[in-house]
Design a protein around this ligand. Structure first.
Ligand code: PDD
Length: 290
């Protein structure tokens, strides 16, 4: 039997149902998080929960649970579902109310849902690298909020999927922003370059882990806008996300990135990222071996 969290309670997953007038269902009026689990333990749980609170508050939803309560609930869910390696998906919406674009005037209880999924580390892709396409970033101007409204992201990802690619790299005119569900990095002359965390991208938790390990290992970083030309001219390109970790990119729009295989800085960052996972969650038995 599998379990899910619905409004603060752990129940059978098949019983976790939402109302047709839930504002998340009708408007995408809510926010979400995806948290990685290794060896039955959450990785960077505090950072994910902090971002969850921040995203909720930025759209005026007050979480009816403390971060401690949520952490405890999620830990219980992992145990109940006997999850070893996978993800937790968690979302909160403004709640159930007769359809009206403006927020409900009466007090409405936000709806919280969370469930788990078994997902192995994508070790093969992490070793060989993945292909990507380029696409114009057609999303709104608050990409820093982890909103349930993902249509722009979905259309970009679908374009990649049709081309047999792992990810779509989005750009606003000449400036590269981020992937449809990841942050994008280039490496030039040993310097790691990635878009600054502003309103045009999601401040990735994996991105932050990478920036921290760069800082403590004397790997130079520039957080700034970079262009499509810089992307085309990069020595290495990689993406980061909760599920994909540090994923080498070996092709952009049909053109090989440098030599067409994961570069030395990317591989070093993969190694350092694995060390961070092991510090929090214990030994990995499926490390990336080159
Ligand atoms: N996506 N940018 C976008 C648009 C994302 O959707 C994500 C994550 C990231 C990377 O963030 P993080 O390192 O915190 O996972 C960047 C998640 C995994 C998803 O939607 O499934």
């Amino acid at each position: 039997m599998r379990f899910a969290i619905l409004n603060g309670e752990i129940i059978e997953r098949s019983e976790a149902k939402v109302d047709v007038e839930d504002r998340g269902y009708q408007f995408g009026d809510g926010v979400y998080e995806v948290i990685r689990v290794y060896n039955g333990k959450m990785f960077t749980a505090t950072e994910h929960l902090n971002r969850f609170v921040k995203s909720s508050e930025s759209i005026g939803i007050t979480l009816p649970y403390t971060q401690e309560q949520l952490t405890k609930l999620l830990e219980e869910l992992i145990v109940k579902n006997n999850l070893q390696v996978g993800t937790i998906y968690m979302q909160i919406t403004r709640g159930i109310s007769p359809r009206n674009h403006a927020f409900p005037t009466e007090k409405v209880m936000p709806s919280l849902v969370a469930y788990t999924k078994e997902v192995a580390r994508p070790v093969e892709n992490l070793k060989t690298g993945v292909k990507t396409i380029l696409t114009e970033d057609i999303r709104w101007l608050r990409c820093d909020i982890k909103s349930l409204n993902l249509l722009g992201n979905l259309l970009a990802k679908q374009k990649a999927a049709v081309e047999g690619c792992f990810e779509a790299i989005q750009h606003r005119s000449e400036d590269v922003t981020e992937g449809s569900s990841s942050n994008i990095f280039i490496v030039k002359n040993g310097i790691v370059i990635t878009h600054q965390s502003d309103n045009l991208i999601l401040k990735g938790i994996s991105k932050d882990v990478i920036l921290q390990v760069c800082a403590s290992n004397n790997i130079e970083v520039e957080e700034r806008i970079f262009t499509l030309d810089e992307l085309a001219d990069a020595d290495e390109v990689f993406l980061s996300s909760t599920t994909a970790e540090v994923m080498p990119i070996i092709e952009v729009d049909g053109k090989s990135v440098a030599a067409g295989f994961p570069g030395p800085v990317t591989r070093r960052l993969q190694e350092l990222f694995e060390q961070e996972i092991e510090k929090q969650c214990g030994s990995l038995n499926d490390k990336i071996l080159y």
